[in-house]
Design a protein around this ligand. Sequence first.
Ligand code: PHE
Length: 337
Amino acid sequence: MKEEIVKIQQEALARIAEVTDRRGVEDARVAILGKKGVLTMAQTGMKDVPKEDKPVVGQLLNDARKAITEALEAKLAEVQALADKAAVAGVDLTLPARSLPMGGLHPLTIIRDEAIGILRRMGFALAEGPEIEDEFHCFDALNTPEDHPARNEKDTFYFDSGKLLRTHTSSVQIRTMEKQCPPVRIIAPGSAYRRDEIDATHLSVFNQLEGLYVAKDVSVGDLKGTLEYLLRALFGADTEVRFRPHFFPFTEPSFEIDVKLKVSGQEPRWVEIAGCGMVDPAVFAAVDKERGGEPCYEGMTGFAFGLGLDRLAMIRWGIRDIRALIENDVRFLSQFQ
Ligand code: PHE
């Protein structure tokens, strides 16, 4: 038995010494130490060893297993090192790295995320609604009568089903109020669609950021303060902002907001960037009616606004033609990295 163990050990170490790859190491391990490996098989002979010899034979077996295991580990490290070396053979590590083209965020994404960040710090939560809307959420609930020009076939993309591509994100006001009672403080960025004649300041798909705040005793002062704060945070503390009286069916009073655009080499000019106003009680009534049960918007006050995100991007970077935002010309986009 003793000689047998010594012989197995010698042969095993000799075999391992000749191995040249990982596979060989694994094969040797299985053949020697595996369940049916030679050493494992020899171990089963222990039961026939006379009692007085058992300690010595047992020790020999343990030593053999240890020596073989160590030899396998050392061999594995050796063949791995060789394989690593072969893998980089012929590679010149002093060559300069190949440059990877860097992607960047689209200017609209940058300005949208900034606006969201500012408004969220003021306590507005994100809300959303579908781009394929129905007339109720896009118009009726927003106090926009059947004969209003915005509902015209010439202005709105209708589907045969009677659904339409939302002409503004104001539909999210209704969708939000249907789901919850006041207080409501949400913003909803998203696309809107109109059959506009495409030119330097109009596209048939554009991006808005809707805002709605409903509570008790909300005033025009809250509306002005919120939007002025947002615009100054976006464009700088000395940004000039102007509120002009306007008309929207779903707010009363209503305003349009202009920001003074200053591009070097150009006369400063006012650019319209948002519509806003105090939520018309007719909108609250429509929502209460749709919700059914106890009215929870009756007697409430609130303001709403819809910012043109494309216009914000144009002001921030002095972009003269809105079409640049959808053409995906890399010479334009790479300026925002
Ligand atoms: N929905 C209006 C538009 O697209 C903007 C607006 C939003 C006006 C909210 C008032 C209140 O022109």
